[in-house]
Design a protein around this ligand. Structure first.
Ligand SMILES: [Zn+2]
Length: 170
């Protein structure tokens, strides 16, 4: 990790690695997310090209730093807790895609992911025979659901990271 990343993250351990956009350009901007609720360091760091640095919803930063192409555009280093990362996935794409709102489940992520998986399965079955990223997403949702059911929210959040990337193809 470059020194600037260690500094901006207050030397926290990287919790999640996400790819937000399908973009072939190298980053020119390292966007610093809001401060962590639980101490020093940014909640996330996002690498963005000139286009996506002005055209990316849902990732409001507190500062932009110059980057010389150290990562592909769309790469996010996420330092938040598993619960915060799951909530971020819900806010940005899972709830819009499935209609399943974690608020209605009182923080029971196993139930949220269970219901979201059911909605996705129903959609894949309704579109029988059609090739869709949703089919690939089902397998990763299943991993997320099982991980949450056994209390491993870190693995659940990582699995949703794969789903997030697949959702870009929808
Ligand atoms: Zn880009």
């Amino acid at each position: 990790m470059p020194y600037v990343v260690q500094e901006l993250s207050a030397h926290r351990d990287l919790a999640g690695f996400r790819t937000l956009v399908d973009c072939s350009f190298k980053a020119t901007v390292l966007r610093e997310g809001p401060a962590q609720d639980s101490g020093p360091g940014a909640a996330w760091l996002a690498y963005l090209c000139p286009v996506h640095s002005v055209d990316l919803d849902g990732w409001p930063g507190t500062a932009d730093h110059a980057d010389n192409g150290s990562m592909p555009c769309g790469t996010v280093l996420d330092y938040r807790s598993p619960e915060e990362r799951l909530q971020s996935h819900a806010d940005l794409w899972l709830t819009p895609l499935t209609g399943v709102d974690p608020q209605a489940y009182g923080g029971a992520w196993a139930d949220v992911l269970d219901q979201a998986g059911r909605v996705l399965l129903a959609r894949v079955e309704a579109a029988a025979g059609e090739d869709s990223p949703l089919q690939n997403m089902l397998a990763m949702m299943d991993v997320a659901r099982r991980a949450a059911a056994r209390g491993d929210l870190g693995v659940a959040a990582a699995s949703l990271g794969y789903c997030e990337t697949l959702a870009q193809g929808l």
